[in-house]
Design a protein around this ligand. Structure first.
Ligand code: C2E
Ligand code: MG
Ligand code: MG
Ligand code: MG
Length: 279
């Protein structure tokens, strides 16, 4: 019986591995299709200040797969980093986000900045800044309407190089945010040396902020730190009134989450913005 169980376990294991591998190969081919044939779409999620006014948008990529439906970026961004496909994918995201932001600016609908997530490979490429300037030229988006979101991992990979790039972005009038703050195990000292503008508290800390003393302490600590360092602070993943009230009471300035709005395609976003009272 033990032998049988062992064999079953083994078969089960290889079965899984096989399907994972073939899934990856499939995904890789499909992703190329997606990049080449317009299967990627951007959704936009608004950020709100403490008074409830819109203070920026975040662009979030989705893959509209012809068979599998919408695939979440968590399921293809890491893979595309491994295959290098993140480069054409990121270029598409940047251009599309800037084009759409320009459309919103032209309609008087962009309050604050359009935030775009960066991948490590994209940020550390020698051609990153030139590509970015090219996109801004082509789309005519004023850099004062663009923000770039970076993770701690991106900044840790080559801090010296990162500082040069951040300074250049600063000079161009583009602002920068550290995304998923608190999940990166990086030293806090870098906040002193890196010219960044904003910190986004990761949603894993926001989730239980009203139930867990530890998460509350972390959120409060990050908010205090941000204030002392003159950085703006955003809480992401706000789903309940309680989370919102708590964080607002403790000095958080900007909020993002399903409580206010889910990420939406451009047309839905425009309708949503137009339905709001003018701010
Ligand atoms: P992120 O940059 O931290 O984006 C926030 C994520 O939280 C988004 O997930 C958003 O849909 C989700 N979210 C917002 N509010 C709530 C809420 O109230 N509750 C919950 N449960 N979730 C909320 P999404 O769109 O699945 O993106 C996941 C991650 O994929 C992003 O995390 C970002 O790291 C990455 N990503 C998305 N788009 C891009 C892109 O264009 N380029 C790169 N390099 N990465 C991207
Ligand atoms: Mg982000
Ligand atoms: Mg985030
Ligand atoms: Mg996050």
């Amino acid at each position: 019986k033990a032998k049988q169980q062992g064999r079953n376990a083994y078969q089960c294991y290889t079965g899984d591995l096989d399907s994972k591998l073939s899934q990856r190969v499939m995904l890789r081919n499909d992703l190329q299709e997606a990049i080449d044939h317009d299967q990627l779409v951007l959704h936009y999620q608004p950020l709100l200040d403490a008074a409830g006014r819109i203070d920026g948008l975040e662009a979030l990529v989705r893959w509209r797969h012809p068979v599998k439906g919408f695939i979440s970026p968590a399921d293809f961004i890491p893979l595309s980093e491994e295959t290098g496909q993140i480069i054409p994918l990121s270029r598409w995201v940047m251009a599309q986000a800037c084009r759409d932001a320009r459309t919103l600016v032209d309609q008087g609908l962009l309050a604050g900045r359009m935030a775009v997530n960066l991948s490590p490979m994209q940020f550390h490429r020698p051609s990153f800044l030139a590509t970015l300037r090219g996109v801004l030229d082509e789309t005519g988006l004023p850099p004062s309407h663009l923000e770039l979101e970076l993770t701690e991992g991106i900044l840790m990979r080559d801090t010296e190089g990162a500082i040069d790039i951040l300074n250049a972005l600063n000079g161009m009038g583009i602002s920068t945010a550290i995304d998923d703050f608190g999940t990166g195990f990086s030293s806090l000292g870098y906040l002193r040396t890196l010219p960044i503008d904003k910190i986004k508290i990761d949603r894993t800390f926001v989730r239980d902020v009203t139930a867990s003393d530890k998460d509350a302490a972390i959120c409060q600590g990050v908010i205090t730190l941000a204030r002392e360092l003159d950085l703006r602070v955003v809480a992401e993943g706000i789903e309940t009134r309680d989370q919102h009230d708590y964080l607002r009471r403790h000095g958080c300035e900007v909020f993002q989450g399903f409580l206010f709005a889910r990420p939406m395609p451009l047309e839905a976003l425009i309708a949503w913005l137009e339905a709001r009272p003018r701010q």
